[in-house]
Design a protein around this ligand. Sequence first.
Ligand SMILES: [Zn+2]
Ligand SMILES: [Zn+2]
Length: 285
Amino acid sequence: MGKGLKMARANKMYIRFWGVRGSIATPGKETVRYGGDTSCIEIRCGKEIFILDAGSGIRKLGNKILKEKPQHINILFSHFHWDHIQGFPFFAPVFNKKYSITLIGERKMNFTLEQLFTAQLMFPYFPLSLAELDAKINFQEITAKDRIIKNNVTIKLARLNHPGGCIGYRIEYGGKSFVYATDTEHFSFIDKALLKLSLNADVLVYDSNYTDDEYSGKIGSPKTGWGHSTWTNGIKVAKAAKVKKFLLFHHDPSHDDKFMDKLEKQAQKKFKESYAAYEGMEIIL
Ligand SMILES: [Zn+2]
Ligand SMILES: [Zn+2]
């Protein structure tokens, strides 16, 4: 990572997007600029590595990490829908004894975090079991009320509005803050928990899966209750919380590059510092 790593060492937060797509990977020439891999963001705070979700984008990130000195890795899970976990068994460090990896997320109903991943790697869905992975895998169960502190990094959490439950994360380091709020449906009012999580954040990454017309059913069937939001509702949060930069994220599989360019322009008219997240996007805070 060269430059990025040097900056991170200088008490900066380094962020890179490895997957920005929602629901299912969408490779192809129509999505080549924004990218087709599903949710995965790399965050470096000094020596700490945090990965937000293990969508298909985590595969390439794993190859990059393998080229560095072996280190401890934290993966924070928003929830366990396929598009947020499917890359986990293809994350190369899991097949290397030199790595220890802490998986951080909520337990679901009666299932412990460990059971959730045991089930993901179960016959006949995958040829290897969790126990056969080489890395040392630890599990850290959290609830939305928790606060995670690792070295000089503070991570605050909030409950989002998504079927089966979802966690939003705010990562604070060196006086800067990055908020990851994907897979959440807006209410008719601003979500108080999300507002608090996003307050004065440097960056807000938000579930912008649908346009207003798609959400309302003006185009296609109505998407109420599907657990996703729109960029217009995200901008309401961004303005109320006074965030510096708003990023559209979890792009719908049907939204190709041309469409994403259009959405970004529309969003910038309402909130100047709006950008559609793309694979390879880097931010240094
Ligand atoms: Zn998703
Ligand atoms: Zn989901």
